[in-house]
Design a protein around this ligand. Sequence first.
Ligand code: HEM
Length: 390
Amino acid sequence: MNGYPAPRTCPLRPPEPYARWREEAPVTPIVLPGGRPAWLVTRYDDVRRLLRDPTLSSDSTRPGYPGFGSAVEVPPMSRSLIGLDGPEHERLRRLLGVEFAVPAVARMQPELERIVERAVDNLLAGPAPADLVERFALPVASRTICHVIGLGYESHEVFEHNTHVLTDGTRSAAQKAAAGAAITGLVADLVRDRRRRARDDLASRLVASGELTEEEVVDNLVLLVGAGHDTSANMLALSTWTLLHDPVARDGFLAGPDLQRNAVEELLRFHSIIQLGLARVATADLEVGGQLIRAGEGVVLSLQAANADPRRFTAPDTLVLTRADARRHLAFGFGPHQCLGHYLARSTLRTALAGLLRRIPGLRLADDAQAPHIKDSMDFHGLHRLPVHW
Ligand code: HEM
C-alpha cells in the first residue's frame, strides 16, 4: 500500500510517484493519513468519467468516505452542496448557480476591477519588499467573496485565519471544529442581520427566497466563504510567482486579453491546487481500468495527476501559456459538482494578474522568493509567503 499524499520532489510539480502509478497502476491502493485505505485514480479519462458517475457519492457521512480530515468533513457543513448527491444537490445547485453564472459574474466585473486597483494602490503605498500573499492575493480574493456574499471585509482576519486551520493537515480535529464554529458564527450573525434588513447581496437573496432552511443558508454561505477566497488567493500567488520567475511568460501574459484567458487556463492546469484530490465513496461495485472497486470503498480522484497525464496534454510538465487545449483541464473538477465559482475565479485571476503586472512593470521576486515558500501540508497547494520588490 502506498502512503498518501506523497511528498513533492519538485515544489511546482505533482509528487513524483503519481506519474509512475498513472503508468503502472492507474487505480492504486493508498493509505490515507488516518490509516484508512482507498483507491487513487490518476488518469485523465478515468478521473473525468468518474466525476460524472452517480455510483460515486460525495456524502462525507457515508461509511467508507475517504476523509482527509479536511474542511468538507467538519460539521456543520452537512447541508452544503459539496457533500450532497442527486436531487438534493441539484436543488441547491439550481438556487445558487444563477448567482455565479456568466451574466452575474459580468455584472461583478467593474467591482472586481475596483478591488484590484485599490489593492495595487495599497501595495504601492506600503514598504518594499512586501509579502504579495498578505498584501495583494488574500485582500483581492477576500474582498471579492465578501462583496458577493455581503459579509463585511472587517471580518477577513477571522475567516482567513480559521480557513487556514481548517485546510491545514497538521491540525487536530478539535482545532478544526473550533475553526469551523468561528466561521459559522460570523455567517450566522450576517444571516440574522439580513433577516431584519435586506440588502443587495447573496445572503439577503438566499434568506428572502424562502426556499432554503436556516441551516441550508448558513452552511452554504460558510462553504462559499472558505472555497471562495483561499482557492483564488493560492492560485494568484502561485501564478504571480510563475510569471515573475519567467520573463518570457510575464511579457507573454501582457500580450492581450485572448492570451490572458488562455494563460489563466494553463496556470490552472499546471498548478492544479486541490492537492489532495477529490474524495468519493462507491455506492455499488464498479470497475475502473480493470480494477474492481467494491461498494463502500473510498476513491480519491487526483486532479493533479489527471492534469499532468501525457495521454491528454502534450509535454504536461511544461507551462505553455498558449497551449491550445489548456481549457480541457480538470482543475475545477467536472460533472455535477464542478466548481460553482469557476467563472468568478477565472475573472478574478485574469483581472488581478493583468492589473498587477500592468501597474507595476518593475515587480520582481525578492531574493528570498527565488525558491517558492510552498504549502506542503495544506489541502490546497499555494504559497505561504511571496516576498516581492519593485
Ligand atoms: C467546488 C476548485 C474557486 C466555490 C470545487 C471543486 C473544485 C474546485 C475542484 C469540485 C469539488 C468536488 O467535486 O468535490 C476551485 C479552484 C478555485 C475555486 C481551483 C480557484 C482557482 C472557487 C470560488 C468559489 C468556489 C471563487 C466561490 C465563489 C465552490 C463551491 C463548490 C466548489 C460552492 C461546490 C460545488 C458543488 O458541490 O456543487 N471547486 N474552486 N470555488 N467550489 Fe471551487
